[in-house]
Design a protein. Structure first.
Length: 360
């Protein structure tokens, strides 16, 4: 089998495996009571199984075998599996932020050794930048797993953009990993579409998030390195935007940025009246648009400033609009800048409870 037919086979296999394995993971999760129980602060009405991420990770790993694991691919998949392991611990019990950080840092070092790295400063400087990028973006993608189908759709579309770029650049290894993510994430959406029958969990969102982040660093564009970096940032823009929104919002409200809450982009769109399915579809379209822009910049089809100009103007506007949506309990009135950004009366916009884990 040639290289590119093998890439197609990897994607088809990952899709088929995901469709087959997710129901098994759901059955095991129900049998061993690995579930996310409903509460007044959560949208789902029945106990919903985790472990979807275990099935997705297995689909990616087994599917990628068809393409033939090379040393670098094996290292990157092993690093992603390490991150998935700490995510699974968090799903079943609790892993402290410090432990998660140590594991994610170790995984980032492994990915760096496999060539998934930032190359700006050389030596330890590049290693440090690589670790920061992988840890930051992995957790940004993880935080997107807060509403049915949002995380797998955004991760899948981001991976699809990287796949397209890799195929045009003739990077078979990157394309193989990317198509495995696309296939596995697509299969999972079938079961995670609202109303979700199973959740991705930290095991899955961390695994896919790390792999997509590492693939992006492994990809090489036929433009300058700086322009290629802009292209990658555009592909990752939905995750970076959501994390920025949450950090600003919690800082203005004097809330810990480390505590979970229903204050993400998806929750604010829900407060504005969009349905769960509409939100998932909208975020998928936005993610696809960012992917097209990123690949276009990376291929030199458009200049970086043509894409960055509108983004620089639109992003502050979107942040300001979404920050105006009340998502916190009215136990304390905001003051200063927070008050200026949150003047909408709660009677006009449906509020959502806060300080709950970032889960569905």
């Amino acid at each position: 089998m040639g290289e590119w037919p093998a890439v197609v086979a990897v994607g088809v296999s990952a899709l088929a495996l995901s469709l087959a394995l997710v129901p098994l993971a759901r059955r095991w999760a129900l049998q061993f009571d690995v579930t996310d129980r409903p509460s007044t602060a959560k949208a789902h009405k029945v106990a919903t199984p985790y472990l979807g991420g275990v099935a997705v990770a297995a689909a990616v790993l087994i599917g990628a075998l068809i393409g033939g694991w090379k040393g670098e691919a094996a290292a990157m998949l092993g690093a992603a599996l390490l991150v998935a392991g700490i995510g699974l611990v968090d799903d079943m019990k609790t892993a402290t932020p410090a432990v998660r950080l140590v594991v994610e840092t170790a995984a980032a070092v492994v990915a760096f050794s496999a060539g998934a790295r930032v190359e700006l400063l050389g030596g330890f400087g590049d290693l440090a930048l690589t670790v920061v990028w992988l840890v930051l973006l992995t957790n940004a993608y993880n935080l997107l797993d807060n509403m049915d189908a949002c995380a797998p759709l955004i991760l899948g579309t981001s991976a699809a953009a990287l796949l397209a770029a890799a195929m045009m650049n003739d990077q078979v290894l990157v394309a193989t990993l990317a198509v495995a993510v696309v296939g596995a994430a697509s299969g999972f959406v079938v079961y995670n579409w609202h109303p979700a029958r199973i959740f991705l969990g930290d095991a899955g969102s961390l695994f896919l998030g790390f792999l997509v982040s590492a693939i992006a660093l492994k990809l090489r564009f036929p433009v300058s390195y700086g322009t290629g970096g802009i292209a990658v940032a555009l592909v990752a823009a939905p995750a970076l935007f959501d994390t920025t929104l949450v950090v600003i919002s919690r800082s203005l409200a004097n809330r810990s940025i480390y505590l979970g809450g229903t204050d993400h982009t998806s929750h604010r769109l829900a407060a504005l009246g969009l349905t769960t399915r509409q939100i998932a579809a909208l975020l998928a379209v936005v993610s696809a648009g960012c992917g097209v822009a990123g690949v276009s910049v990376g291929r030199g089809v458009i200049g970086p400033w043509i894409a960055l100009g509108p983004a620089a103007l639109l992003t502050p506007v979107l942040l300001a609009v979404l920050l105006r949506v009340p998502v916190y309990a009215r136990d304390a009135e905001p003051d200063g800048l927070a008050a200026a950004l949150q003047p909408v009366p709660p009677s006009r916009v449906r509020t959502i409870p806060t300080l709950v884990p970032d889960t569905n």
